[in-house]
Ligand binder design. Structure first.
Ligand code: ADP
Ligand code: MG
Length: 463
């Protein structure tokens, strides 16, 4: 278990700056993993709150990766619960002259923090941040949202079971939590069970081992009005867990108890899942979530920024939404990372910082897009010839696409300026540099004549 934190920290070390690791992670120790909660010992309450608010997605992601490497039967924690351990106080580094200004502990009663384990966040099984109000609806998730809201408003009626599917980080867990919270709000007595299929599996295994199957069944079949099970794909290929789940499902469904299940794929694509379970899922409402389009991404960023009190202007929101496309978690993580960096470096959160931060932190695109691909896509889009794109003509009909193509290569392929000069018909590197700067400044101004073609060409290239 100690290994988990050490390994997660080393993963984070490659994603965060050394100052941030030193300031925020080094003073922290892993206490234990309690189901879906990662209990961390922190030097003071403020540190814990900051950690949860700003690093939770990153830490969880790192732990997730470590646990996946360690073996498949381990519970993957989903959130952090900080507990104050004053002994760790000495580990907090003194603020460095300029760059590592720790945010002012104005509201933080650092000194008299209670020694007793005092969770900085309550211990709800449902994440209080994942409610309908904080969910941004767009074309990509409209159906899933509407079905979730309907299931939450009239549980056990029309959409039962509700099956939400979609890729990683697109909002399935958010919606399933929102359903639970809405049902609880409307009916505080509803007995809601929210858990991942992995936890279900672990509890099942442990019930068998400890001879407590009766209690287990009682809890899931009789003691439950609403069953919310995240990431059902986990039970595929686990024969006895599937069997148990099937009977649990039937027992609940028979009495019109609402069941909501999430999965990374459609029911019929759940490899290794029993056919009878798949057909139960298909008998209800199946709604998928697609990656959000650019407008939804911008709206999500703005909502998140508002929630977290992060200053975010439209240009920066546009820029970030352009860079991170397929995963909302990553989108949010990028925003938070940027905010933390701005805070620590005492700098304004602007495009320059964003570019710097993204260069280090973003995973490299796996697609092997080349300069030729970019040139071709740009020519196709503007309907001009490759010879003109690389040529010397100075008419705007070719100079603008040329600048855009250079910018795209620079941005996505990190090709050097001299090399780009060469690839664009033997131009001087300063010409390329000024072309890139020019487009950058238009992007910064949110110029739609630039953002429109950029978005379309990037989409075409899958960037
Ligand atoms: P999944 O369970 O599909 O992997 P999550 O529900 O954990 O994804 O979503 C990842 C993060 O993205 C969460 O912080 C969630 O709040 C956020 N998120 C996803 N979709 C939306 C949305 N439409 N509006 C607001 N936040 C979203
Ligand atoms: Mg999830």
């Amino acid at each position: 278990m100690d290994d988990l934190w050490t390994r997660a920290r080393s993963k984070l070390a490659s994603r965060l700056s050394a100052e941030m690791i030193e300031t925020w992670l080094d003073p922290v120790e892993l206490d234990r993993v309690e189901g879906e909660v990662l209990v961390l010992r922190v030097p003071n309450r403020f540190h814990g709150e900051w950690l949860v608010q700003h690093y939770q997605p990153l830490v969880m992601e790192a732990c997730d990766e470590v646990l996946t490497e360690l073996g498949e039967d381990l519970v993957h924690p989903l959130r952090i619960r900080p507990v104050v351990d004053e002994r760790l106080k000495d580990r907090v580094p003194a603020p460095k002259a300029r760059e590592a200004t720790v945010p002012p502990p104005a509201a933080a009663p650092v000194a008299p923090a209670p020694v007793a384990a005092s969770p900085a966040v309550p211990d709800p099984e449902l994440n209080p941040k994942y409610v309908f109000e904080s969910f941004v609806v767009g074309a990509s998730n409209q159906l899933a949202h509407a079905a979730s809201l309907a299931a939450a408003t009239t549980p056990g009626k029309r959409y039962n079971p509700l099956f939400l599917c979609g890729g990683v980080g697109l909002g399935k867990t958010h919606l399933v939590n929102a359903i639970g919270q809405k049902i609880r709000e409307d009916n505080p007595n509803a007995r809601i069970l929210y858990l991942s299929a992995e936890t279900f599996t672990n509890e099942f295994i442990s019930a068998i081992k400890t001879n407590q199957m009766e209690q287990f069944r009682d809890r899931y079949r009789n003691g439950c009005d609403v069953l919310l099970m995240d990431d059902i794909q986990f039970i595929a290929k686990r024969e006895s867990t599937m069997e148990e789940f099937f009977h649990t499902f039937n027992a609940l469904h028979h009495f019109d108890k609402q069941i909501v299940v999430t999965s990374d794929v459609y029911p019929e694509h759940l490899e290794g899942m029993e056919a009878r379970i798949i057909s139960r899922f298909q008998s209800g409402m199946v709604a998928d979530i697609q990656p959000p389009d650019i407008d939804t991404r911008v709206a999500i960023l703005e909502k998140k920024a508002e929630q977290e009190g992060i200053p975010l202007d439209k240009t920066l929101a546009n820029f970030l939404a352009q860079c991170v496309k397929s995963n909302v978690r990553e989108l949010e993580g990028t925003l938070l990372r940027l905010a933390v960096q701005a805070e620590l470096l005492g700098r304004k959160m602007d495009l320059e910082l964003a570019r710097m931060a993204l260069r280090n932190a973003m995973p490299k695109s796996e697609s092997a897009t080349t300069v030729d691909d970019v040139q071709k896509a740009v020519c196709d889009y503007f309907g001009i010839r490759l010879a003109d794109l690389k040529g010397k003509r100075r008419h705007r009909s070719v100079t603008f696409p040329r600048m855009l193509a250079m910018y795209l290569c620079r941005q996505h392929l990190s090709t050097s300026y001299p090399e780009l000069g060469e690839r664009f018909g033997g131009k001087d590197h300063t010409t390329v540099l000024s072309a890139c700067r020019k487009i950058e400044s238009l992007v910064e101004q949110g110029d739609l004549d630039v953002l429109g073609p950029l978005e379309a060409i990037q989409r075409r290239l899958g960037l």
